[in-house]
Design a protein around this ligand. Structure first.
Ligand code: NAD
Length: 295
């Protein structure tokens, strides 16, 4: 294992400068995480208010850390200094790696990835934070698909240790090794998985949600299920609360991707709890009403 890791280490390019495209929930979190672990990062978006939100997100995390005595105002200033917000593609030109974290829309992502390739150097690595879109499909928008793979963070980025590195059919070993090394430098735990619907985490999570929906269809009380999973089974949260955190819109979309990818195992007869919640606009914490109410 050590020899394998050493070989992979040799293949990895140095990442001294990064960029993230999209300053949303994920882009802001990725920028914070990269900057706080010492890799300067350009955060590029298409709108100034979005950039302001992304920077605010990073500042909020840092403010909490300072208040809790885990950081100092000087360190906070240093981390924020490592994040360069920009509306201009020219700002990403010296990046060793670019992480795409724009809206989950195949056409928008394809356009953005093709644009990125025009600005970065020949050997820069490009990764997508997509949750549900095939890496092999996105790779088709690049002239050099070997420099591309998935880099799937989880929300909130600064708290969730796991990062799925998704190996596309054309991803080179250098690309995978570089993204693994960058994820490790960011203090994360990378796992390398093949490209398939749901990658790794959603393949485990969505059958669990389907089991939960099945219990509700048979009359179970969602809060009682949560209580058992949390208090007696010892998980940090039950399925209803987790769906509220993830967002029922995101959950609904990911579930459809899983059903299409694995019709035998994940196909449904009729509507389930996730469909019903989504249709009733109970999206979870993001709009303050999901399985639970939030104020
Ligand atoms: P978001 O809506 O919060 O942010 C998306 C950002 O992309 C916005 O600021 C928008 O202005 C920007 N954007 C749109 N088009 C752009 C372009 N052409 N160039 C640059 N920026 C552009 O979305 P999010 O929740 O941060 O999700 C981003 C990606 O991360 C998606 O692919 C999503 O599937 C994935 N993801 C999300 C989560 C989550 O829990 N939110 C978790 C893992 C992965």
């Amino acid at each position: 294992v050590k020899a394998k890791a050493k070989k992979a280490g040799k293949l990895a390019h140095d990442v001294n400068q990064a960029a993230v495209l999209g300053a949303g929930i994920m882009g802001g979190g990725i920028a914070y995480q990269s900057a706080s672990k010492g890799t300067p990062i350009v955060m590029k978006d298409i709108a100034q208010p979005a950039l302001d939100l992304g920077l605010n997100e990073a500042a909020k995390i840092l403010t909490v850390q300072v208040a809790r005595g885990r950081s100092t105002p000087e360190k906070m200033a240093k981390v924020l200094n490592h994040i360069t917000p920009s509306l201009d593609y020219a700002a990403i030109k010296n990046s060793d790696i670019v992480v795409e974290a724009v809206v989950e829309h195949p056409k928008v992502k394809a356009t953005v990835l093709a644009e990125v390739e025009q600005y970065v150097s020949e050997d820069a690595i490009i990764a997508s934070n997509t949750s549900t879109i095939s890496i092999n499909l996105l790779a088709k928008s690049l002239k050099k698909p070997e420099r591309f793979c998935g880099m799937h963070f989880f929300n909130p980025v600064h708290k969730m240790p796991l990062v799925e590195i998704i190996r596309g059919e054309r991803s080179s070993e250098e690309t995978i090794a570089t993204v693994v090394a960058y994820a490790s430098k960011m203090g994360k735990t990378p796992i390398v998985v093949n490209d398939c619907p749901g990658f790794f985490v959603n393949r485990v999570l969505f059958p669990y949600f389907a089991g939960f929906s099945g219990l509700l269809a048979e009359g179970a009380d969602f809060a009682a299920v949560d209580k058992v999973m949390e208090k007696q089974f010892g998980w940090p949260m039950g399925p209803a609360y987790l769906l509220d955190v993830v967002g029922l819109d995101t959950g609904h979309h990911a579930q459809a991707v899983m059903a299409e990818g694995f019709p035998d195992r994940m196909g449904k007869n009729g509507k389930d709890a996730i469909d019903i919640m989504f249709e009733n606009k109970r999206l979870g914490q993001k709009n303050a009403k999901g399985f639970y109410a939030y104020s």
